[in-house]
Write a protein that binds this ligand. Sequence first.
Ligand code: GDP
Ligand code: MG
Length: 227
Amino acid sequence: MDIEFIDLKECILADNEGDAQEVRDLLKEKKVVLWNIMSSPGSGKTTFIIDVIRRFASKPMVNGKCLRFGVIEADIESTVDAEKMHALGVPTIQLRTGGGCHLDAAMVMEALKKMPLDELDVLIVENVGNLVCPAEFDIGATLATMLLSIPEGDDKCIKYPLMFTVTKAVIVTKMDVKDFFDFNLETLEKNTRRLNNDLRIFPVSVKTGDGMETVMEWLNNQITSNL
Ligand SMILES: Nc1nc2c(ncn2[C@@H]2O[C@H](COP(=O)(O)OP(=O)(O)O)[C@@H](O)[C@H]2O)c(=O)[nH]1
Ligand SMILES: [Mg+2]
């Protein structure tokens, strides 16, 4: 008798595709942009998200209103980041993956059921800190971006290529410490071009504010064109 095997990864990913479509359909109906933010732990996701939400809060759109944000925090454990978002006054849901290294679309759908979608324009997902698994799972996002911090090095797109192909932009964080590291932006750009010719690269420092206005302009276009 032949040994049967089940390719679990394929099954999981196939199910996930259907779930991701359901997330997309619901958010299209509700006119909410789902923005997936991925990176290694500690690259500055929470810090960047807080800064972006604050900047958008003082940036009225053409109709005089500001974009309304919600946040889904995904962590293996703890509510540290969710507490920071909650303190900003934005609707926040903490998803605890209980050891899982990524979010999938079904988990996001659970969070959507608890979010006041009719009162939101943008729902930010701070994905689990990891450059591998989150890239494999479509969560139904309208916009996917990643952060890469200066201390991580400019070779990460060679080591984790998938992440750099599923994102629209790499936000290079902690530019204020670049003099202490051998990070070369041109090397990063050259290596990412081979993987994803449309990828945008935005060097920023949330500490000094450098580069933030440029990335805000791009984000504003990405969000408003998808609303
Ligand atoms: N020097 C510097 N540190 C930063 C910057 N952004 C974030 N950090 C620091 O990096 C650490 C990790 O940031 P955090 O936002 O928690 O990263 P996350 O794990 O990706 O959410 C914290 O100590 C932040 O203060 C920055 O632009 N410059
Ligand atoms: Mg965080």
